[in-house]
Design a protein around this ligand. Structure first.
Ligand code: ZN
Ligand code: ZN
Length: 563
């Protein structure tokens, strides 16, 4: 509301001093981590930087009535829609007025249409370049409201963290929020820092090349929108409170509610500044997360499971187990080479996998009927088995020969059993006729699971994050069939898939279904996708014993044979 007031005062060309005062108050409130109603109740509103007597009164009025008379009055004096237009990064108050007066534009949709028709460029002081920037600004605004797949966000966040970590002004640094919990989609990037020179850190953060728009810049919190449309926030916190802030901002909200309940029972309270004794407000913990959890009688929780899905209760019973980690993975069981639609040779994939310290890999190119991705005809598969054997003998890593065999619409497999029998690893997947009715699709896949040569069901639901929903399939019945036939279900680690999802992988685990984590790499670099799959597995509470490709080679081979 204060931002809107400042915008409106700007349009009315009021004193710059008053405009700045409202902006400053707005920025402080944006950075506030405590509920403003609680601050008001303590009578401490005027202690918030930038909040004076008159703004404090307006906050109280707002808390009481849901609005404020001054704000309502200003709005009445201005044409509707002006402040909406100004949320586009390229549109300031003067431009908004111009657009309204000359073209009658009052909404973002109208602005977009006018800009597409080339109407905006002809206004005074505008031009084609401004028009283009307005369209970009609208696209950016829309994207900043969506969640992005983690695969698009994690590398970006690492870029920022690495750049800041290099500064001598930065002491500790960590991402927080849903990104630290490794959720499959991410709303924004939260970064926490301790620093003796916060201004310096913020200067560098807000001027990074990927920054498209600075939303707020202050010594304790800055927010920007990056070129991909995602928002990134950096907060500088006290070293004594780093662990508490990290715990608080990592969430989830639901997990933290449970943590606070624990604290209350011990006469403590927890917030982002630390753990405090209620009776005298003395801080008893805050420097590290371990310390914070210990103070309330809990062990430290891996961020991936802080979702209030029973983890606190499990910890109470002392049953929190060690979750799977990247270093537990001993092999990758789905990858493609130039033999089908991959872009590297088998040798290159084997070499890259050996550098990851794997013991084994399975080469699983597409099967014969998938012609558009170079599916491999039968005589060539038999040839490949021999080549894989030769490479395996001298590559310093065991190269198993496999296939990602298509599950045909009627549930038969794309190679006859005699061929499947000759292969070490058979991954079966659906790539065609994905719009079947649920009943038909479920029966199709269950039939494939009943084929004794099938070891793994690849990307079981077929979803592509942000592109395509899962096909209609009864996941419970798939899990049941996998349990009955002892077929492994894949957690496909490709960040475009993440299939099974965390929820489904957990369901599978609970039913005793073996799982594998595979990258589905189509070139050697994508072997690094394994970390996304491991994150999903951790969110699903998987331990190494639940995941077949943590087995040493010999045991993995005997698992294949026993089946
Ligand atoms: Zn492929
Ligand atoms: Zn596939």
């Amino acid at each position: 509301m204060f931002n809107d007031i400042a915008d409106m005062l700007e349009i009315k060309a009021e004193s710059p001093y008053r405009i700045t005062a409202y902006r400053r108050a707005a920025r402080s409130l944006e950075g506030l981590t405590e509920d403003i109603a609680a601050v008001a109740e303590r009578g401490k509103l005027e202690e918030i930087p930038g909040v004076g007597k008159s703004t404090a009164e307006k906050i109280l009025e707002f808390l009481k009535t849901g609005t404020c008379a001054y704000y309502e009055e200003l709005r009445k004096q201005l044409p509707a829609g002006i402040t909406t237009l100004m949320t586009v990064s390229e549109v300031g108050p003067k431009t908004a007025m111009l657009l309204h007066e000359k073209l009658g534009i009052d909404s973002i949709e109208e602005l977009e249409q006018a800009a597409r028709k080339g109407l905006v460029r002809d206004l005074p002081r505008m031009g084609a370049k401004t028009e283009e920037n307005i369209l970009k600004g609208i696209a950016l605004l829309r994207r900043s409201k969506e969640r992005l797949p983690i695969g698009a966000v994690l590398p970006l966040s690492r870029e920022i963290v690495d750049a800041l970590r290099g500064l001598t002004a930065v002491k500790q640094i960590s991402v927080a929020g849903s990104l630290r919990r490794m959720r499959e989609t991410i709303g924004d990037i939260d970064i926490l820092v301790t620093s003796s020179k916060p201004e310096k850190v913020m200067e560098i953060f807000t001027t990074m090349p990927r920054v498209r728009q600075v939303l707020a810049k202050g010594p304790t919190r800055s927010s920007v929108i990056l070129d991909t449309g995602i928002q990134a926030d950096v907060r500088v916190v006290e070293p004594e409170a780093f662990g508490a802030a990290l715990q608080y901002f990592t969430g989830s909200k639901e997990h933290n509610v449970k943590v606070r309940e624990k604290a209350v029972r011990r006469g403590l309270k927890v917030n982002e500044y630390g753990v405090f004794r209620v009776k005298d407000d003395r801080r008893t913990a805050g420097k590290t997360e371990e310390e914070v959890y210990r103070a309330v009688g809990l062990p430290w929780f891996p961020p991936e499971i802080r979702e209030d899905q029973g983890e606190i209760e499990l910890a109470d019973r002392g049953m929190l187990a060690r979750l799977i980690e990247l270093k537990d993975i001993r092999g990758d069981l789905q990858m493609h080479t130039r033999w089908s639609d991959g872009s590297d040779s088998l040798e290159a994939m084997a070499k890259a996998a050996r550098e990851l310290a794997y013991e084994y890999i399975a080469i699983t190119d597409h099967s014969q009927s998938l012609k558009f991705v170079g599916g491999v005809p039968i005589d060539e598969v038999r040839e490949h088995v021999k080549i894989a054997k030769r490479v395996s003998d001298k590559a310093g890593i065991t190269v198993l020969m496999g296939t990602e065999c298509d599950i045909l619409p009627d549930g038969r497999l794309d190679y006859p059993d005699e061929v499947l029998k000759e292969l070490d690893v058979v991954v079966a997947s659906v790539h065609s006729r994905m719009r079947m009715a649920e009943e038909e699709m479920t029966a199709r896949i269950v039939k494939a699971l009943d084929n004794p040569h099938v070891d793994i069901l690849g990307h079981p639901t077929g979803r592509r994050l942000g592109l395509r929903d899962a096909y209609a399939v009864n996941i419970e019945r798939l899990i049941e069939a996998a349990a009955r036939t002892k077929t492994a279900l894949e957690v496909n680690a490709s960040p475009q898939r993440l299939d099974l999802s965390d929820t489904h992988a957990r369901m599978a685990r609970e039913r005793g279904v073996p799982l594998v984590i595979s990258t589905d790499a189509h070139n050697r670099y994508q072997l690094s996708y394994m970390e996304y799959g491991v994150a999903i597995a951790r969110r699903a509470w998987l331990e190494p014993r639940h995941v077949i490709n943590t087995l040493p080679l010999k045991e993995f081979i005997s698992w294949l044979h026993e089946r």
